[in-house]
Design a protein around this ligand. Sequence first.
Ligand SMILES: Cc1cc2nc3c(=O)[nH]c(=O)nc-3n(C[C@H](O)[C@H](O)[C@H](O)COP(=O)(O)OP(=O)(O)OC[C@H]3O[C@@H](n4cnc5c(N)ncnc54)[C@H](O)[C@@H]3O)c2cc1C
Length: 355
Amino acid sequence: MDTVDLAIVGGGVIGALVAREAVAAFPDVTIAVLERGLIGQGASSRSAGVHFPRGATARVRSMSEHSQRVWEGLAAELDLPIREVDATVVTSGDADALSTTYPRLGDETAPADPARGWAAPPGARAWTLPGCHYADVQGVAGRVLAGVRDRVTVLEGTEVTELSSDGAYHRLTLGQGRELLARRVVLAPGPWLAHPAWADLVAPLGLRVKKVVATHVESSPAPDDPLTIFDDEDAFLLPLHGRGHFLFSYTSDRWDVAPDDTGLVLEPSDLDDARAVLGRFAPGLVARCDSGRVFCDAYSPSREPVVTELRPGLVFAGAANGSGYRLAPAIAAETVAALELTPTRTLSQPRQRQS
Ligand SMILES: Cc1cc2nc3c(=O)[nH]c(=O)nc-3n(C[C@H](O)[C@H](O)[C@H](O)COP(=O)(O)OP(=O)(O)OC[C@H]3O[C@@H](n4cnc5c(N)ncnc54)[C@H](O)[C@@H]3O)c2cc1C
């Protein structure tokens, strides 16, 4: 049986960032990432990957600031697939409240672009928002792990099927029938909250899984087209320059879906809902909104990410409410701080067989 200091269950963007943060914090510990599919293949692969400096609460604003600094540093260091983008926030609401939610809010600007057929509801105002980018999140997760792969054992195609504890160690049963002992475990399962290995442990957190829909709009973005955030609707229109179309993200209200449900697809009602919101700002794009991407994400009752110990030495990290990419570095930092892991070289070695 193998033994590691830290097992990270889930190789999405959060698991990848936790691995990197743990390597930096505890250079001598042994670490394994266990991923049932391929790295970044879960919610991370469907993500729009938008980062904007936003936070409805002081904690999320602070996480957003921290994450922005980390992403900017990592983008240069690891040549991550991240593209900076100009951004505009549109709202009919209170400008003071907006500057609290978006601490980096810039100058007031025109809320519409008639040249492109983009309108704005009466009374809407707009501000520039510096510091935004978007990313290929699956690519980012892979690159981040590649940067530490000489220090971290990455086991793909490896489902964790059972998780138990005997006090000193956590015992993980892996899909191939192998077992792994770990002094600490980070559970970063994305929307796979109901997996039988941990459903009972996670249930008291009150997390739920919501459908997330982003439609694709067949219109070629110009190089300087901005990301437009419709704050009142919790929606945004993103130019995906590398793919040659726009992405329109809006809020779906379908709760308690399951990530492996084959019915989790783009439904006609999803397109209708997206077009209704998009039509208020860019009526010329409605007819081009015909396809998209659908998956789901984990949400918390407080709408803040959750980093918490489920039992001694087992830390849950996730439930970032549709913001798991942009807040991943801060979630990872909180997670590693919660591990209280000091390297114990003898424990890092495989256990001696009892004779
Ligand atoms: C359409 C869409 C658009 C989005 N847009 C944005 C955006 O613009 N900005 C933003 O910040 N966020 C966005 N999000 C949310 C963001 O993508 C997620 O919050 C984030 O990817 C979650 O990362 P994660 O690592 O927690 O989960 P995941 O990426 O789902 O990773 C969890 C991993 O755990 C693995 N796993 C599960 N069970 C097991 C098991 N038993 N054993 C081993 N491995 C297991 C899965 O295979 C998976 O790879 C979007 C999400 C969607 C669906």
